[in-house]
Design a protein around this ligand. Structure first.
Ligand code: ZN
Length: 649
C-alpha cells in the first residue's frame, strides 16, 4: 500500500473493506437456509474419557459440543464417520434437539440481518457483543499503531483468497508489538487466531492479549520488559473471508475458495494445507474430498492464506532443526508459535501426524503442562485416534524447530460471552503472558520455577537500600495427564536495571524468608543497593532456580529512586448523595496508562478507566483516597482525605 497519512489510510481502508468484502446478504441467507437442512448431528457416548478425548482431537472438525460430565460429545458426522466411532466403542444416536437449537440460532441471525437491512445498525455479531468483527479487530489494531507507532506496527503480510480474486476480501495483517526504543535482536512470539472461522473466542483473545501488552507497557513491570526485549507478532484474523461467514451465523471452518465444492461446503481447511507433512498420513489426517470439512487443498500450501503464514513464519525464525523427523532442535532455540483454536479444553504440541513423540518431546511437554496450569486444560501430544497432517505447526516446529502449540479453548464454537468473559479470557490471557516470558529459551525456562508478587519498597533516596519481597514456586504444572517432576527452590537473584541475560547484569542474591531454601515454594527477601542509580523508576527482575539446576523465567517489579514527585494530582469534592449518603467525586491528572487503581483507606478500591474522574457514594466517616497507575505502588498521587457527615436528615 502507498504511504498515506495514517488517519486517511485508516478511513479508506475501513470504507473499502466494508463496501467490498461484506458477503452478499442474500447469499448469506441462502447459506443459512442450506445449513438448516443438515440434520446429521449426533450424540456419541464415549466408552471412557481417554477415548473420548482422542476422538475430540481426531474429529475436531466434526465436533459441535462437548459434555464430558454427561459422558458424550456432539458431532456432525457422515455415515462412514458414525461407523468409525462405533468401531472405537462409541454409542452414536441422533440429536434432533441440537438441530433445533442450531436452527434457533440461525433464526436469530436471519432476524438481525433483516433488521440491519432496514437501517444503519452497529456492525456486531448478533447475540455475541463481546467478540470483535474482522473490521473491529482491524480498527483496534490500526488504532494502536496510529497512537504509539514506536510500540505497535500493523503489517500487511498477504491476501485472503477472495482478495486474490479481486472480489473484495482482506489483507492478512500482523500486529507487531515491541518497544522500538530498545535496540537488539529480540526473541519472537508468534500467535495466530481464527484460522478456523467459526471458533469465535480465538481472535478476541489474541486482541485482548495485544491490548494488555500495549496498555500496560510503561505501567506493569512485566508488560514493560516483555515489549522492551521481545517481539510479539499477532496474526489476529488468519482466515478473514471465512470469518465473515461465521459472523453471519454459519458454522464455517474453511476458507472461501470457490474452486472447491459448492454452496456452504466450499473452501480448503487451511489447517490441513501447510506444506510440512501435507497429506502424509495416507488420507486419515486430512481429506481429499473438496466438500469435506478437512479438505487439504489440491497441493501443499495451495491457498494464499497458508502461503502468507508460511512465508511470515520463515521470516521470523532461524532454522534450528535438521531435516530428519528425529532431529531435535537445540535446547537454546528461541521463539514460540501458538495457534489459537476452539474448542475441547486441550493444550496440544507436535507431533500430530504420528503417535511417536517429537525429538523435543519432553521439553514441549514441560511447557505444555505450564500452559495447562493456567487454563486448566488437558496437556496432550496432538495425536488422537488418528493422526492429522498439514497443520500450522509444520513451518514453525517441523521445518524450523521452534516450539509450537495449539490451544483448544472452551466448550463450543459459538461460545457464550458470559463463558468467554468469566472463564476463557481470564484463564488464557495469563498463559499467553507466560509464553511471552519464556520465549527467550522456551525449551529451558519452563523447567525452572516461576516468580510471583515481586514488590519493592520505596521510593528510596539513591544510595539507600530498598527491600524486595517475592514468591518463588516450582509447583505450577498441570498434572492431570502424567506428572511433571517438581523440585525444591535452591536460589533466587534480583537484577536492578539490567536484565539477567544481558551483559553487565549483576545478581543480587536473595534469601529464603523462613531461613532456608528447602521446599518447592519459597518466600524470598533481599536488600537492593541503589547507589549510582538515577532518580526515577527502574525495573527489577527476579529469577529463581530449583534443585534440578534450572532457572525459570523472570518476573519484575519497579524500584522508585529519589523523592521525585510523580506528577499525579488528585482533588476531592463532596456533594449530598442518594439515600442520605455523600457522593465523593475524585478528579485526577498526570497518570500514564489506560487504567488507574483507586485506593481508599489504604486498600485497593477498584481499577477504573484513566479518564480523570470517578465518583462514589459513601456513608459517614473519614475517607482517604489515592490514585495510582495500574499495578503501581509508587506512581501515585498524594493522599487526599475527606470527612463525611452523619447525614441523618
Ligand atoms: Zn480449529
Amino acid at each position: 500500500m502507498k504511504k498515506l497519512p495514517l488517519a486517511l489510510a485508516a478511513a479508506l481502508c475501513a470504507a473499502s473493506t466494508a463496501a467490498l468484502a461484506s458477503p452478499d446478504a442474500a447469499e448469506l441467507q441462502a447459506l443459512r437456509a442450506a445449513e438448516r437442512q443438515q440434520h446429521n448431528l449426533y450424540r456419541a457416548y464415549f466408552p471412557d474419557v481417554a477415548t473420548g478425548r482422542k476422538a475430540a482431537v481426531s474429529f475436531h472438525a466434526q465436533l459441535v459440543e462437548s459434555a464430558w460430565k454427561q459422558g458424550h460429545l456432539v458431532f456432525e458426522l457422515l455415515p462412514h464417520e458414525v461407523a468409525e466411532l462405533q468401531r472405537f466403542g462409541f454409542l452414536v444416536v441422533h440429536a434432533p434437539d441440537v438441530v433445533a437449537r442450531r436452527n434457533r440460532l440461525l433464526d436469530r441471525f436471519d432476524a438481525a440481518a433483516a433488521a440491519a437491512a432496514k437501517g444503519p445498525t452497529a456492525q456486531t455479531i448478533p447475540g455475541f457483543p463481546c467478540y470483535e468483527t474482522v473490521e473491529e479487530t482491524f480498527a483496534a489494531a490500526e488504532g494502536m499503531a496510529a497512537a504509539r507507532p514506536q510500540l505497535a506496527q500493523w503489517l500487511d503480510i498477504g491476501d485472503s483468497w477472495t482478495k486474490t480474486q479481486g472480489a473484495g476480501g482482506y489483507d492478512l495483517k500482523v500486529l507487531r508489538l515491541t518497544n522500538a526504543a530498545v535496540a537488539g535482536d529480540k526473541p519472537k512470539l508468534f500467535v495466530n487466531a481464527a484460522i478456523h472461522a467459526r471458533e469465535y473466542t480465538t481472535a478476541p483473545l489474541a486482541l485482548a492479549f495485544a491490548r494488555w501488552l500495549f496498555d500496560n507497557h510503561g505501567v506493569d513491570a512485566d508488560a514493560t520488559w516483555i515489549l522492551d526485549h521481545h517481539e510479539v507478532h499477532l496474526l489476529l484474523q488468519t482466515n478473514p473471508d471465512g470469518r465473515k461467514r461465521a459472523e453471519a451465523g454459519l458454522s464455517w471452518r474453511k476458507n472461501t475458495n470457490s474452486d472447491y465444492c459448492a454452496g456452504n461446503s466450499i473452501g480448503a481447511d487451511l489447517n490441513r494445507n501447510f506444506s510440512f507433512s501435507w497429506n502424509s498420513t495416507g488420507g486419515s489426517g486430512s481429506s481429499g474430498n473438496p466438500c469435506d470439512l478437512t479438505y487439504r487443498g489440491p497441493a501443499p500450501a495451495s491457498e494464499p492464506e497458508t502461503q502468507a503464514v508460511e512465508t511470515y513464519i520463515r521470516s521470523l525464525f532461524a532454522d534450528r532443526r535438521g531435516p530428519g523427523k528425529n532431529d531435535a532442535a537445540p535446547s537454546d532455540t528461541q521463539g514460540l508459535h501458538i495457534d489459537l483454536h476452539s474448542y475441547s479444553e486441550l493444550v496440544l504440541w507436535p507431533w500430530g501426524d504420528t503417535a511417536q513423540p517429537a525429538p523435543n518431546g519432553p521439553a514441549l511437554q514441560t511447557l505444555g503442562r505450564r500452559f495447562a496450569w493456567f487454563n486448566g486444560y488437558t496437556p496432550l501430544q496432538s495425536v488422537g485416534l488418528y493422526p492429522t497432517d498439514g497443520t500450522t505447526d509444520g513451518p514453525s516446529y517441523g521445518e524450523l524447530g521452534v516450539p509450537a502449540y495449539t490451544f483448544e479453548m472452551g466448550t463450543s464454537f459459538f461460545q457464550s460471552c458470559s463463558a468467554y468473559t468469566s472463564t476463557i479470557l481470564p484463564r488464557n490471557l495469563p498463559a499467553l503472558i507466560y509464553a511471552a516470558k519464556v520465549v527467550r529459551a522456551p525449551y529451558l525456562l519452563p523447567g525452572g520455577p516461576d516468580v510471583l508478587d515481586v514488590a519493592v519498597s520505596g521510593p528510596v533516596v539513591a544510595g539507600a537500600t530498598a527491600a524486595l519481597t517475592a514468591q518463588v514456586t516450582d509447583t505450577r504444572f498441570n498434572q492431570s495427564n502424567g506428572s511433571e517432576a517438581t523440585q525444591a527452590i535452591v536460589a533466587a537473584d534480583a537484577y536492578v536495571g539490567t536484565p539477567p541475560w544481558a551483559d553487565g547484569a549483576v545478581a543480587v542474591p536473595l534469601t529464603a524468608a523462613d531461613g532456608s531454601f528447602n521446599s518447592a515454594t519459597e518466600a524470598v527477601t533481599g536488600s537492593l543497593p541503589t547507589a549510582g542509580l538515577t532518580p526515577g523508576r527502574h525495573l527489577v527482575w527476579v529469577v529463581g532456580r530449583d534443585a534440578s539446576g534450572a532457572a525459570g523465567p523472570a518476573s519484575a517489579g519497579w524500584l522508585q529512586v529519589g523523592d521525585v514527585p510523580t506528577g499525579i494530582t488528585l482533588d476531592l469534592q463532596t456533594a449530598p448523595g442518594p439515600r442520605r449518603r455523600t457522593t465523593v467525586a475524585l478528579t485526577w491528572a498526570g497518570a500514564n496508562g489506560s487504567r488507574v487503581d483507586i485506593h481508599r483507606n489504604g486498600a485497593l478500591l477498584r481499577a477504573t478507566a484513566n479518564d480523570g474522574a470517578y465518583s462514589q457514594a459513601v456513608g459517614s466517616g473519614q475517607w482517604t483516597y489515592q490514585v495510582c497507575e495500574r499495578g503501581s505502588s509508587t506512581a501515585c498521587s498524594p493522599e487526599r482525605t475527606v470527612s463525611t457527615p452523619n447525614a441523618a436528615r
